[in-house]
Ligand binder design. Structure first.
Ligand code: SAH
Ligand code: SF4
Length: 428
C-alpha cells in the first residue's frame, strides 16, 4: 500500500519535471512517505527525517516534505514543525494531491505548508499519475480506508472509513495496465472482501473478481488483504476456477486464542477461521496461504500463545509476517494493561522458530516438481541468475538471462533452503 502511494507521489513529481536520482545528495526534493502502524516504523521515519538536516544546510533550495499516516495522528503536524523546522511541507493522507501546489508556493513565495484534512470520508480520486517502480507487477487500489477498528490498529484513524472505487474505473485501469505490459496485477485494500459495501450499485469483491477473471490472456492477479470474517465461499470458488487469479491467499489470523481475538475486535473465532482454511484447502489444494500474527497483545497468557502456535501448526502457512504488539496512542488497546516486553520477545522468538520449521518442511515438498514461474527480476547478488514466483507465491531462483524478466517459464525445483527454492528451467 505504501509502496504504491509512493509511486503516486513520484507520479506527481515526474509530472512537474522531476526525475528519480539514486543519491539523496543530488536531490532537489525529498519526500518521506511515513507509516505509523508500529512504534518502530514511526521511530525509523523520524530518524530518517533527522538524518537529512545536514543536506538542507548544504543545499538551501532542497525541499523536504513529510507525508503519509504519521502526519495524520493528532498533534503530529505541530510536533513535526517544532522538532524538524527544516521540513518545508507536511501533508496528511487526504492532502497528497496538494503536493504540487505546495511545492509551487514554496518556490514562488518561500511559504511552508502544513495541510492535514481530518475528514474521514474524503472523495476517491481518479486519474492519478503513477510512476511505477515494481517491474512486472503493478499495484492497483480497489478501495481506501478501513471500518473495522481492530483495537490495536491505528489505520482507521489515519486512513478514514472504507471508500471503494467504482468497478468501471478499476476495470479500465486493470486493462490499461495489461496493455502497458504488466504481467501481474495486485489488487489492494485494507479489507478487500468488503469492497463495494459503501457503493449503492450492488458491487462486491466476488463480483469484481469474477469480472477480472473474464479477462483473457497470460497474466496473474493477486490481492491483499482479506479479513477472515469476510472472506466468503464465493470468492474461494472464483479463485479455484480462474486460471489467472493466483492460488495465493493472505489471511491474517493475528491470534489463535478466542479470548484475544475478541479483545482485538476481530469478529471471528479460531474455529470459524479453521473452517475457512479447510474450505480453501478443499477447493484449492495447492493454495499458498500466508498470514499476519501478533504476540504480546494485552492479557495474552502462555495458554493463549500456545493456541496461536497450535493454529500455526494446523494451517501450515507458507509464510507469516510476525509482529510484537506495539501500543498505538488513541486505540482501545492502548488503555489495556500491557504485558512485559521480555515475555513478548520470548514469544516472538518461539513463534518465528515454529513458522521457520513449517516453511522449511513445505519448501521440501516443492523439490523435484515443475512449476510455472513469472520471472520478475535479477537474483540479488547472483550473477547470471534470475528470480520469480510460483502461482502460490513462492520465490524461486534459477539460472537465466535478464531478457527472461517479464516472461513465464517452467522451472524444476531441485533444491530448497528454508524459504528459498532453487531450480532450472525446463522446456515445455
Ligand atoms: N488490514 C490488514 C492489515 C493491515 S496492518 C488486516 O486487517 O489484516 C498489517 C499488520 O500489521 C496487521 O495484520 C497486524 O498484524 C499488524 N499490526 C497492526 N497494528 C499493529 C500494532 N499496533 N502492533 C503490532 N502489529 C500491528
Ligand atoms: Fe487495521 Fe483491522 Fe482495519 Fe486491518 S482490518 S487495517 S488490522 S483495523
Amino acid at each position: 500500500m505504501n509502496i504504491h502511494e509512493s509511486e503516486k507521489i513520484a507520479g506527481i513529481l515526474e509530472d512537474m519535471g522531476y526525475s528519480e536520482c539514486s543519491d539523496e545528495k543530488d536531490a532537489d526534493i525529498i519526500v518521506f512517505n511515513t507509516c505509523c502502524i508500529r512504534d518502530n516504523a514511526e521511530k525509523r521515519a523520524l530518524g530518517n527525517i533527522g538524518a537529512v538536516k545536514h543536506l538542507k544546510k548544504e543545499n538551501k533550495n532542497l525541499i523536504i516534505a513529510v507525508v503519509g499516516c504519521m502526519t495524520q495522528q493528532e498533534g503530529a503536524g505541530l510536533t513535526l514543525r517544532e522538532k524538524y523546522p527544516y521540513v518545508d511541507i507536511v501533508l496528511g493522507t487526504n492532502n497528497l494531491h496538494e503536493l504540487e501546489n505546495c511545492i509551487v508556493r514554496l518556490r514562488n513565495s518561500k511559504k511552508k505548508s502544513v495541510l492535514i484534512d481530518t475528514n474521514d470520508r474524503p472523495q476517491v480520486r481518479e486519474g492519478e499519475r503513477v510512476y511505477r517502480t515494481s517491474g512486472t507487477n503493478a499495484w492497483l487500489n480497489i478501495m481506501y480506508g478501513c471500518n473495522n477498528f481492530c483495537t490495536y490498529c491505528i489505520v482507521p484513524y489515519v486512513r478514514g472509513r472504507e471508500r471503494s472505487r467504482k468497478m468501471s474505473n478499476i476495470m479500465d485501469e486493470f486493462k490499461r495496465l495489461l496493455d502497458e505490459g504488466y504481467k501481474e496485477i495486485t489488487l489492494l485494500g485494507q479489507n478487500v472482501n468488503s469492497y463495494g459495501h459503501d457503493l449503492d450499485d450492488g458491487s462486491s469483491f466476488a463480483g469484481l473478481l469474477s469480472e477480472i477473471s473474464k479477462i483473457k490472456g497470460k497474466h496473474r492477479v493477486r490481492f491483499m488483504t482479506s479479513h477472515p470474517k469476510d472472506l466468503n465461499r464465493e470468492v474461494i470458488d472464483i479463485i479455484a476456477e480462474s486460471p489467472t487469479i493466483c492460488n495465493n491467499i493472505h489471511l491474517p489470523i493475528q491470534s489463535g486464542s478466542d479470548k484475544i481475538l475478541q479483545l482485538m475486535n476481530r469478529h471471528y473465532t479460531r474455529d470459524y477461521y479453521l473452517e475457512t482454511i479447510d474450505a480453501i484447502k478443499a477447493k484449492i489444494p495447492d493454495c499458498g496461504i500466508t498470514t499476519d500474527i501478533m504476540v504480546g497483545f494485552p492479557y495474552e497468557t502462555e495458554e493463549d500463545f500456545q493456541d496461536t502456535l497450535d493454529i500455526v501448526r494446523r494451517v501450515k502457512y507458507s509464510s507469516a509476517f510476525t509482529f510484537v504488539y506495539s501500543v498505538r496512542r488513541g486505540t482501545k488497546a492502548a488503555l489495556m494493561p500491557q504485558i512485559p516486553p521480555e515475555v513478548s520477545k520470548d514469544r516472538i522468538t518461539r513463534l518465528i522458530a515454529e513458522q521457520n520449521k513449517i516453511t522449511k518442511e513445505l519448501s521440501g515438498l516443492y523439490e523435484g516438481k515443475v512449476y510455472e514461474v513469472l520471472c520478475e527480476d535479477k537474483a540479488p547478488k547472483k550473477e547470471g541468475y534470475v528470480c520469480g514466483r510460483t502461482d502460490s507465491g513462492r520465490l524461486v531462483t534459477f539460472k537465466g538471462e535478464d531478457k527472461l524478466i517479464g516472461s513465464f517459464v517452467n522451472v524444476k525445483i531441485n533444491k530448497s533452503q528454508s524459504a528459498s527454492l532453487f531450480g532450472d528451467i525446463v522446456e515445455d
